[in-house]
Design a protein. Structure first.
Length: 217
C-alpha cells in the first residue's frame, strides 16, 4: 500500500487530463455525428455519397494515424495545434463517424408508418422531430452512445505518443523513473475502470430519467 499512496496525486491529475480530452472530444464528436446524420436526412440525394465516404475513411483507418496527421501533418499547411488540441480535434473527427452511424441506426429504428401518420395529420416538421422522432431515436441510441463514449476514453490513451500527460503517459513516466511495473500499471487499470464505470452509471441514470419523462409526457 505504501507504494501506491505516493502515486495517487499524479494519477489524479492524469485522470483529469484524460477526462478533459476524451469527454471534450466525445461531446464534439457526438454533436458532429448528430449534425452529419441530420444533413444526411435533409439532403439525402446530395450528401449520401460524401457521408458514406467520410464514415468509410474514418472507420477504416487507425485512430493513431489520424492523430499523427493532425499533429504532425497540419503544421505543413500552416495550422499548428498543441498536443491537447490535436487530441481533442482528432477524437472528435474520429468519433463523429461512429456517432453518426449510431444516430442513423436510431432514426432507422422509427417505424415508417409513424412518419407517414405525421404527414397525414399535418404535423409540422419541427414538432414531429421534437416530439416523435427524437425521443424514440435517443431511446434506441443511448446504450450505443454510452459504449462509444467509453471507447473514446480508452482511445485517448494513444495521445501519450504525442506527450499529452494523460494516464498512459503518466504511467510510462513513473515506470521509467522508478523501474516498478505492477503498482503503476495496476493503478492505470483501476483509473480506466473507474472512468468507464462512472460513465456507464451516469448513462444508466440518464436512461431511467429519460424513460420516466417519456411516461409522464
Amino acid at each position: 500500500m505504501n507504494t501506491f499512496i505516493p502515486l495517487i496525486p499524479r494519477f489524479a491529475a492524469a485522470m483529469l487530463v484524460t477526462l478533459e480530452v476524451s469527454l471534450t472530444g466525445a461531446l464534439f464528436g457526438m454533436a458532429g455525428g448528430f449534425l452529419l446524420n441530420a444533413l444526411r436526412l435533409r439532403f439525402a440525394r446530395t450528401l449520401a455519397w460524401p457521408y458514406r465516404l467520410y464514415v468509410w475513411l474514418v472507420r477504416g483507418t487507425p485512430y493513431l494515424s489520424q492523430l499523427l496527421i493532425l499533429y504532425f501533418g497540419l503544421p505543413a499547411l500552416g495550422v499548428t495545434m498543441t498536443a491537447v488540441q490535436a487530441t481533442v480535434a482528432s477524437l472528435a473527427l474520429y468519433s463523429a463517424a461512429y456517432f453518426a452511424e449510431i444516430f442513423r441506426a436510431g432514426w432507422a429504428s422509427i417505424a415508417r408508418g409513424q412518419l407517414e401518420a405525421v404527414r397525414a395529420f399535418g404535423i409540422g416538421r419541427w414538432a414531429a422531430f421534437r416530439t416523435i422522432e427524437l425521443p424514440q431515436a435517443m431511446a434506441f441510441a443511448l446504450p450505443l452512445l454510452t459504449n462509444q463514449v467509453i471507447l473514446v476514453i480508452k482511445e485517448s490513451a494513444v495521445a501519450s505518443i504525442i506527450t499529452v500527460p494523460e494516464l498512459t503517459m503518466t504511467t510510462s513516466d513513473i515506470v521509467a523513473s522508478t523501474y516498478t511495473y505492477i503498482g503503476p500499471y495496476a493503478l492505470l487499470i483501476l483509473c480506466y475502470w473507474l472512468l468507464t464505470q462512472s460513465v456507464a452509471a451516469l448513462a444508466q441514470r440518464a436512461a431511467r430519467l429519460f424513460a420516466l419523462s417519456r411516461k409522464t409526457s
